[in-house]
Design a protein around this ligand. Structure first.
Ligand SMILES: C[S@@+](CC[C@H](N)C(=O)[O-])C[C@H]1O[C@@H](n2cnc3c(N)ncnc32)[C@H](O)[C@@H]1O
Length: 196
């Protein structure tokens, strides 16, 4: 069958080089000022929704830009704990490390499809440019892990390139998530309903 725009599979990793183990030389791109501004715009979806002493998990967090910028969009005192989880150790090693500072993000080598976090232990989960870098088969597990680790009432900020758009939204909805707000297709705020 000819591949038309309609039946083409969702695009993976169009915006960034493939995240092969050890290939992290491009990680500095993630930390450019224009990209930080874009991340702050996405994180603005959380304004007024996060209660104090929250736990944040930046899944596929790379060099930790999401976990850093969230404290510029919301107050740093809003978070009791911030975790940056990524399967590529090299990415985490490029995160600014100030472990001596109270409240500095904790860096954890982990896969989005198997998070080393307890059930209902996270208030805010970030997934910024991650689902588009994963194998198709692993994405449903990443979505169910997001549900498992979020507390009822917790939020997931999910961002993928425009060309991938809302391809993952049915998975989030099937898991039970409510779409709260969208900046554009593929940039969404989901909530695990409080009564779930
Ligand atoms: C485009 S980078 C985005 C990094 C970071 N979220 C940010 O916004 O700066 C994609 C990240 O997804 C991570 N990644 C790829 N496959 C993953 C998986 N299965 N589980 C978790 N993270 C993954 C990569 O290691 C890489 O750090």
């Amino acid at each position: 069958m000819a591949k038309t725009a309609k039946n083409r599979p969702p695009v993976r990793s169009v915006a960034w080089p493939s995240p092969l183990p050890g290939r992290v030389g491009w990680a500095w791109l993630l930390r450019l000022p224009w990209r930080r501004r874009r991340v702050r715009r996405i994180l603005g979806l959380l304004r007024g929704r996060v209660s104090s002493a929250s736990v944040l998990a930046d899944v596929g967090g790379g060099t930790g830009v999401g976990a850093e910028e969230v404290t510029r969009v919301l107050s740093p005192t809003e978070f009791q704990r911030r975790l940056v989880l990524d399967p590529q150790r090299g990415m985490l090693l490029r995160a600014p490390r100030r472990p001596e500072r109270p409240g500095a993000p904790e860096l954890v080598v982990a896969d989005a499809a198997r998070l080393p976090l307890a059930d209902e232990s996270v208030d805010v989960l970030l997934s910024l440019g991650v689902l588009c870098c994963m194998n198709d088969e692993a994405v449903p597990s990443a979505v169910s892990e997001t549900w498992r680790v979020l507390r009822p009432g917790g939020f997931a900020v999910v961002s993928v390139p425009l060309r991938r758009g809302d391809a993952d939204e049915p998975l989030f909805q099937a898991a039970g998530f409510r779409t709260v707000q969208k900046l554009r297709p593929g940039r969404s705020l989901y909530q695990r309903p409080a009564e779930s």
